[in-house]
Every structure is written in C-alpha cells, then in structure tokens.
Ligand binder design. Structure first.
Ligand SMILES: O=C(O)[C@@H](CO)OP(=O)(O)O
Length: 253
C-alpha cells in the first residue's frame, strides 16, 4: 500500500509489582499490579476511543508487557491480531541492581549515581555473576536466544544495540508495507527506540521518562522523520506519571 505517512503506537506496561515496591526490575519477570492491569485496560480503551486500529503487534518475553498488550487487544476487540514476542524488546538488563530498592540505593550511593545507573547512555550498572539465579543464561525463558547475545548487565547503548536492529529489520519493513504497528514494551527498551526515532543526544535522552500504561502515537513521513508524537490520555495525569518515574531514584527524605 503506497502511502505518505506511517503510524506507530508504543505503550509501556502498566505498573508492575516491582514498580510499586520501587525495585530495580530489568529482566525480572514480575507481573502487573491491580493498578497496572487497570492502566493497561484504560490505555486500550483510550486507543479505541481515539479511533486507532492495528495490523501487527510486538512485545517482549516479559509478562508485564505481554499482559499489557493482552489488555489493550481485549479492549479493542483485536485479540486475533498477530503478536510477535522477542527478547530484543525486553527491559534493559539491570545487572546486579535487579531486586534492590531505588530509593535505598540513592541513600547509599547518592542520587547522582542512581541517576547515572538509571538514565545514562553508556554507563553499565554492576554486572551479574555468571550462574547467579538472575542470570538469563540459565533461565528457561531465554533458552532460544543465542547464549552469546544474553547480557549480564546493560546500559542504554547496549539496549539500543539489540533492540534497534530488530526494529530496523523486522518492524520497519512491516510499517513501510502499510501495516499499523503496536509495540508494548518497557521504560528503557522504549527509550532506546525513542532515542533513535527522535535522533536524541545522550544528554537529551537522560531526561526522558516514559509513563506506565499510556499509549504514545508517532507519525513518520516516508523518510522516517517524525511528523507528530503525542500521548493519548489526560495531559495532567501523563505529566504526573512522568514525574513519578523520574522521582523513583530519589532518596527518601
Ligand atoms: O527497574 C526497571 O527495570 C526500570 C523500569 O521499571 O526502572 P527505571 O525507570 O529505574 O529504569
């Protein structure tokens, strides 16, 4: 189908159990909270009300994103759409920080260090030791991924290095063929894509936080320039959610 513009919707999963506890999550496969299920359902409803429709969906191998996508498709009565799951859209791997409380980490290591771990472009968090129970190399969930591709930790640059080729090789051709694509993923795997879509610098991406459960629609021209980007939802709620994410790395006063 020849066309002048292409539309893509991205949605971060709703609140997860570990978002609620303010723990570094990464590849830990925690589910949505009740609030998270509700956010995802509302995200789907908002998309339907705004008249969106999709042809193909992509998500990660982590249940908080998969369940979010399921809620959206339920609300839109589009459960029959093809859904592709890939480890390449997984959350950024948070290494040995996975399971630690972000506010406690800020008390111990300082807010500046936690911000670097959370948002810097190229500083990796401390790595997992091989065979740690959190090591993806020994988890069934990732048994089809070549061992050498699996990380022990990742900075955003590393996440881009595995997510962007998937976008370019698999998702881009679908969009260029006229398919309307929905991606349900994670705060940092989506920041990886956003950095590429918007050609952001490492300084600019540092300040980007993605709210839970709010769909964001991009319109691109045929040369992949962004013509429009907007969140679908109430602006005050969206701003409050973005600030809440940014503040997770602050020490408790
Ligand atoms: O813990 C994580 O995996 C991510 C997303 O929840 O957190 P942050 O926003 O701190 O990068």
């Amino acid at each position: 189908m020849a066309q002048d513009t292409m539309t893509l919707v991205i949605i971060r999963h709703g609140e997860s159990e570990w978002n609620k506890l303010n723990l570094f999550t990464g590849w830990t496969d925690v589910d949505l909270t009740e609030q998270g299920h509700k956010e995802a359902t509302e995200g789907g409803r908002a998309l339907k009300e705004a008249g969106f429709d999709f042809d193909v969906c992509y998500t990660s191998l982590l249940k908080r994103a998969i369940h979010t996508l399921n809620h959206v498709l339920d609300e839109m009565d589009r459960n029959w759409l093809p859904v592709y799951k890939t480890w390449r859209l997984n959350e950024r791997h948070y290494g040995a920080l996975q399971g630690l409380n972000k506010a406690k980490a800020a008390e111990e290591h300082g807010e500046a260090q936690v911000k670097i771990w959370r948002r810097s472009f190229d500083v990796q968090p401390p790595a997992l030791q091989p065979n740690d129970e959190r090591d993806p190399h020994i988890q069934d969930q990732f048994r089809d991924v070549p061992q050498e591709d699996l990380p022990y930790t990742e900075c955003l640059k590393d996440t881009i290095a595995r997510a962007w080729p998937y976008f370019e090789q698999t998702i881009k051709p679908q969009m260029e063929a006229g398919k309307r694509v929905l991606i349900a993923a994670h705060g940092n795997s989506l920041r990886a894509l956003v950095m590429q879509f918007e050609h952001l610098t490492p300084e600019q991406i540092l300040e980007v936080n993605i709210p839970t459960g709010i769909p964001c629609a991009y319109t691109f021209d045929k040369d992949w320039n962004v013509l429009d980007k907007h969140y679908i939802g109430d602006p005050a709620t969206i701003e409050a959610k973005i600030n809440a994410v940014a503040n997770q790395g602050k020490a408790k006063k």
